[in-house]
Design a protein around this ligand. Structure first.
Ligand SMILES: NC(=O)c1ccc[n+]([C@@H]2O[C@H](COP(=O)([O-])OP(=O)(O)OC[C@H]3O[C@@H](n4cnc5c(N)ncnc54)[C@H](OP(=O)(O)O)[C@@H]3O)[C@@H](O)[C@H]2O)c1
Length: 337
């Protein structure tokens, strides 16, 4: 509430000074660490990550954005977090940085705790001290996925793996800051990072036959769409938890088949497998489908259907692989926390 009033006051003020944020000591991504003119200052943590890059890239004109990467600060070290964030003096902090290696968290829960709980505690402390609005990005993995119905913002979380536990504890750190917002999303993919769709297409182009889990369901969510949604959310009075994903639900197998179809690749090389037969150190929620009972009343339009977003992303990837400009990500490998 405080943040929205501030933005509107700045935007409406005839003499609102254009401000620049210059974190000259940063070596962050040219695309991710942008200087923009604006009437409010936003710090984006995890600015070199898949979502953080797009949150920086699609900032509205009212926001002067400073993207912070790990090279600027290890946020799990309180002093580094404080120094980096104080230098920006942000009105809003969009905390995209996180420990996102799901199997890594299972094997080393302490690393997940440092990256998702301690780092968020440190960011939250600076937000509280600066009076900045904190936006924390969270995940469907805070739910067990055992329900037949979608999970809304009022459902009680019950994570079943160390990654989900650490993200839930991170939510609680963020929630302690007045006016904070927790955005839960799922199955992210986008131009700025390794992800499931990129891995599937890369393997298929290499002629590999593929097995994909067919009993895990969710909303695939495209980071450019989510970034727009997050900025739109910041322009509202919203506090507390908000679920935000692209529209439409599918299984992992259906997502993979759709991506292959849009890429013009042979779908016969792919087959389904039950998650129980998939060898992994981590239990994953099967049906942690997120639904929002809040975005409508906040006046936020639903993000487009996942098929439309996948079509756009696959076209970008194919363009890159056909020798066009790279959209940003590198290498194959799955990042769908
Ligand atoms: N990917 C998904 O499918 C998914 C689904 C639901 C929710 N989410 C949530 O969405 C958010 C963004 O995810 P993403 O996929 O964009 O993640 P990502 O690509 O892994 O980016 C996370 C970024 O945070 C940085 N980081 C991690 N620990 C840090 C620390 N201690 N100090 C400073 N920087 C640190 C990482 O740097 P390094 O690379 O150097 O470690 C990385 O650049 C996260 O909160 C995640 O939990 C993701």
């Amino acid at each position: 509430m405080r943040a929205m009033r501030h933005y509107h006051a700045c935007r409406d003020a005839a003499d609102a000074a254009l401000r620049f944020v210059d974190i000259g000591w940063s070596n962050c991504y040219p695309d991710a660490c942008m200087k923009r003119t604006g009437s409010a200052t936003a710090a984006v943590t995890g600015a070199a990550g898949m979502l953080g890059q797009d949150v920086c890239r699609y900032a509205p004109t009212w926001a002067a954005v400073a993207g912070l990467t790990r090279a600027d600060a290890d946020l799990s070290v309180a002093e580094q977090a404080r120094t980096a964030l104080e230098a920006v003096r942000a009105d809003v902090i969009i905390h995209c940085a996180a420990y996102t290696d799901v199997d890594g968290a299972t094997c080393d829960p302490n690393a997940a705790w440092r990256g998702n709980v301690l780092a968020t505690r440190n960011v939250a402390a600076v937000a509280a001290q600066l009076g900045a609005r904190l936006v924390y990005i969270s995940t469907d993995y805070v739910f067990d996925g055992a329900s037949d119905s979608p999970y809304t913002e009022s459902d009680e979380p019950s994570p079943i793996n160390a990654y989900g536990e650490s993200k839930l504890l991170g939510e609680r750190e963020a929630a302690a800051v007045e006016d904070s917002v927790i955005v839960r999303t799922q199955w992210l993919y986008g131009p700025g990072g390794r992800n499931f769709i990129r891995s599937i297409l890369s393997a298929a182009r290499g002629g590999k036959s593929l097995r994909v889990v067919d009993d895990e369901r969710g909303h695939p969510s495209y980071t450019p769409d989510l970034a727009h949604g997050i900025w739109r959310l910041i322009e509202t009075d919203a506090t507390g938890i908000v679920h935000m994903t692209n529209t439409g639900v599918c299984s992992r197998l259906e997502l993979a088949q759709t991506a292959l179809e849009y890429a013009g690749l042979d779908g016969s090389q792919i087959s389904g497998i039950a998650s129980a037969d998939w060898v992994s150190p981590t239990r994953r929620p099967l049906n942690a489908v997120l639904e929002s009972e809040r975005t409508g009343e906040l006046g936020i339009s639903p993000l487009r259907h996942w098929r439309d977003a996948v079509r756009e992303y696959v076209a970008l990837l194919c363009h890159e692989w056909d020798g066009g400009d790279a959209p940003g990500g590198s290498g194959a490998g799955e990042s769908m926390a």
